[in-house]
Design a protein around this ligand. Sequence first.
Ligand code: ATP
Length: 235
Amino acid sequence: MSAVEVSDVHKSYGATQALDGATWSAGGGRVTAVLGPNGAGKSTTIECLQGLQRPDSGSVRVLGVDPWGADAEHRARVGLMLQDGGLPTMVKPLPLLRHLAALYADPADASRLAARLGIDGFAGTITRRLSGGQRQRVALAAALIGRPDVLFLDEPTAGLDPHTRLEVWDIVREEADRGVTVVLATHSFEEAERVADDLVIISHGRVRAAGTRAEVEGEDTLERVYFSLTSGAQR
Ligand SMILES: Nc1ncnc2c1ncn2[C@@H]1O[C@H](COP(=O)(O)OP(=O)(O)OP(=O)(O)O)[C@@H](O)[C@H]1O
């Protein structure tokens, strides 16, 4: 059993078919990058894996559990960083992390995590006043505070400067090296090449390629493989 399994998942919103029989899996302790054009179904997949959406048919499993209606014990094992961060605006990062830590039985130490993610320099500033990159770091810390076994990241470095992107990639790799299963949705070939062990390319809700980087890329570059599999796929 893989840590994350997506099996023949269909999901529609009215007339829009977001997922159309998607099937792929992510192995434990590996980083799997999910790539696809705008509207391909990446966020919908992550929402299904998080239990925020329910597939119309097919199944998703995370650590062997159906996330839809999963109990608190399961949810505590899963970390999530959403595309827009989703942080409350008037709270300071360190109190926020301490508050979130109190929700878990065995959390990370908030101060140590803040130091590791370079948050300690602005830990006393309300999140509304933080830069985009600073907010991303806080959102990543919020995803890590419960010491998850599985981490879902939706475009974790979008809008970050090159230094901060490198730091976030180092943290993601460190988490995977500790045994955390990481699934990240991204538009960045560089991100996929730097951090991913495995790749899933989707368009129009279908998987066009899935496997290790070597399997998906073959003798070609990721960029060329991606364009040949997804050309004309935007919606
Ligand atoms: N809550 C919703 N209601 C209606 N349509 C939705 C909803 N969520 C997603 N969709 C539609 O489903 C399709 C897949 O969207 P999704 O956000 O999963 O794609 P994505 O690959 O994450 O795109 P992006 O790269 O732009 O973030 C799109 O056509 C989108 O407009």
